[in-house]
Design a protein around this ligand. Structure first.
Ligand SMILES: Nc1ncnc2c1ncn2[C@@H]1O[C@H](COP(=O)(O)OP(=O)(O)OP(=O)(O)O)[C@@H](O)[C@H]1O
Length: 293
């Protein structure tokens, strides 16, 4: 597959602060690539340079192997973190307004249907819920039927149901063959939606691969946890553990044998949690800090 986007040694400084520090990666057509990192890691600054909103201080961005030309904006879609919507316009009128910016916009009715907004066409945009507003911003980003779609923290602040709903829309967009680049600080979002993720920390891309390869490579094994009340028992069994929200947790390379050992010591199966490492564990492993801290 041809690289749709190539990014080389991208760097951005604000005064003395290096916000993005020599990031390089490439993105294949049809792929969903996620930049995952904590607040202030440099995700938005990176995506804004790729979108052409911010000028890099150093580095190179190639679209289909060439520097971005004046037509680039017609071929991409952007869902910004914050987009100011025109006062006193409803959803349909808003789509019509933004459609004027493009040479060949998709029909508004198709956009409404794709983003589950049919029943909200006449709704004032300032009366939309958080999830409905994000779906409208997604519809705006899709007006020109873009090849490459940028989603900057699209589900931040949404309730779990609205987030799941949004993920389903992104899945449909992926299935239609579009390339998606998204930023998020939700590990479950990155794991669910992205074919590949790049972990960003302090302006640098510290790891990049499929979520599962990253986990297998950096933190093989399975976590076992029991209530912290059982810590004295773990001590007698010689099991060292870390404390996590009232639980004692440790990594096991032989889950079956260790569960039998715990059962022989008097624990019930229901007392033991078994958990595969997740991207938060990966981030902690790579940086010594939690994604959520
Ligand atoms: N316009 C600006 N002027 C000065 N500093 C900035 C500016 N924009 C970003 N920064 C700084 O650059 C760093 C990276 O910010 P950025 O917004 O790219 O991070 P992020 O990973 O997107 O964070 P978040 O998840 O909170 O959106 C931060 O330290 C931020 O304070």
């Amino acid at each position: 597959m041809v690289d749709i986007l190539q990014v080389r040694r991208l760097t951005k400084r604000f005064d003395n602060k290096v916000a993005v520090d020599g990031i390089s990666f490439s993105l294949k057509g049809g792929q969903c690539f996620g930049l995952l990192g904590p607040n202030g890691a440099g995700k938005t600054t990176t995506i804004e340079m790729l979108e052409g909103v911010l000028a890099p201080d150093e580095g190179e961005i190639l679209f289909h192997g060439k520097p971005r030309s004046s037509t680039f904006r017609q071929l991409i879609g952007i869902q910004f973190q914050n987009t100011a919507l025109q006062e006193r316009l409803n959803v349909l009128e808003t789509l019509k307004l933004f459609s004027r910016l493009y040479e060949s916009p998709l029909p508004e009715r198709e956009l409404l249907q794709r983003c589950q907004l049919d029943e909200l066409a006449e709704q004032d945009t300032h009366k939309l819920s958080g999830g409905q507003r994000q779906r409208l911003l997604l519809a705006i980003a899709l007006i020109n039927d873009p090849q490459l779609l940028f989603l900057d923290e699209p589900t931040t602040g949404l309730d779990p149901q609205a987030r799941l709903n949004f993920w389903k829309l992104v899945e449909q967009i992926k299935a239609s063959g579009k390339t998606v680049l998204l930023t998020t600080h939700y590990m479950d979002e990155a794991h669910y939606l992205c074919d590949e993720i790049g972990i960003v920390d302090q302006g640098q891309l510290i790891a990049r691969d499929t979520p599962q390869n990253l986990l297998d490579q950096h933190i093989p094994g399975i976590y076992l946890s029991v209530s912290a009340d059982y810590e004295p028992l773990l001590d007698t069994l010689g099991i060292g553990c870390e404390h996590q929200y009232g639980w004692c947790r440790w990594k096991s390379n032989n889950v079956k044998a260790q569960i039998e050992q715990l059962q022989q010591a008097g624990l019930q199966l229901g007392d033991i949690q078994i958990q595969r490492p997740n991207l938060d564990d990966l981030f902690l492993n790579l940086t010594g800090r939690s994604l959520r801290s």
